[in-house]
Design a protein around this ligand. Structure first.
Ligand code: FE
Length: 295
């Protein structure tokens, strides 16, 4: 963990809120209660992001069934655990325990079969799973995987006392745990004490959103309360976003460069065409999707 004091970016013109999204209560895996914040209907608008699920419960029944073996192809999954323990195992031979404050980044590429199972029978399980698309040229690349413990996520505090964890991309000169070409994702977890503000520069063409999970923040005079996502407008001339908190608040902030490629999704497969989806289903049926990668 790095403890550097940094003066916040100066944003000349902040992006506004284009739309507030409440999310949909869904069940996934073997019966895990989730708030699906970024749904399929928003994939075009928030390209290169495909999905964001928020989960949080202190009731074991809401999470204990977990996500038994299932396949993925064509994109990346990023799991960020705020609280709890989840074990991951996959067909490429990776295994890891995701604990509070940790991140697991998996590039499914041509195919991974994995399980994600809670390793606790009581207590709070809270966090996010984000799906980030891969460019067409990388959809069939070899899978990649890495676990980051909480202390491996770079962190800094601004002069105002705002704490920022940099999961991907870079903020205020601090490089995040993961960097990606093409989609150039920025993934920040921002903790704003009461009465503080935080400004983040954002490239003009990148699609961006925030999700508030504690308190409430104001973006360009619009309140974004806990449990709400705000899609940030791609306003011409805007060079970033300004967040302001009257009470202690926590938000995740995401931005990325759109791929502008066709999106074909069937459950856990996200490709560019129906033919590629049929191929993924076929490969899965024939046991070819999660084949161990022979070096
Ligand atoms: Fe999965």
């Amino acid at each position: 963990m790095t403890a550097t004091t940094i003066v916040s970016d100066r944003v000349t013109q902040g992006r506004g809120v284009e739309r507030l999204i409440q999310g949909q209560a869904v069940m996934d895996g073997a019966g895990v209660k989730i708030n699906r914040v970024l749904t399929q209907a928003l994939q075009r608008r928030l390209d290169p992001f495909l999905m964001l699920d928020a989960f949080g419960s202190d009731q074991a029944n809401d999470y204990i069934a977990g996500f038994p073996e299932h396949p993925h192809r064509g994109f990346e999954t990023v799991s960020y655990m705020l609280s709890g323990r989840m074990r991951h195992k996959d067909s490429a031979g990776n295994e890891g325990l995701l604990t509070s404050g940790g991140v697991q980044w998996m590039t499914a590429g041509r195919g991974v079969i994995h399980s994600e199972m809670p390793e606790q029978e009581e207590g709070v399980m809270e966090g996010f799973q984000l799906w980030l698309n891969l460019p067409a040229a990388d959809k069939m690349r070899q899978p990649w995987y890495r676990d980051f413990d909480a202390d491996q996520i770079p962190e800094f505090t601004t002069a105002d006392g705002v704490t920022v964890r940099v999961i991907a991309g870079a903020s205020h000169g601090v490089a995040g745990a993961v960097q990606r070409d093409v989609t150039l994702p920025l993934y920040l977890d921002v903790l704003l004490p009461a009465g503080t503000r935080f400004e983040q520069l954002l490239p003009a063409g990148h699609n961006a959103f925030i999700y508030t999970y504690r308190g409430s923040v104001v973006v360009d005079d619009k309140a974004v309360a806990a449990g709400r996502m705000a899609i940030l407008a791609n306003t011409v001339g805007a060079d970033g976003v300004r967040l302001q908190a009257e009470e202690e608040s926590r938000v995740i902030l995401l931005a990325g460069q759109p791929l502008n490629e066709p999106i074909a999704q069937y459950g856990p497969f996200v490709m560019n065409s129906q033919a590629e989806i049929f191929q993924a289903v076929e490969d899965f049926r024939n046991g070819k999707l999660g084949e161990a990668v022979v070096a």
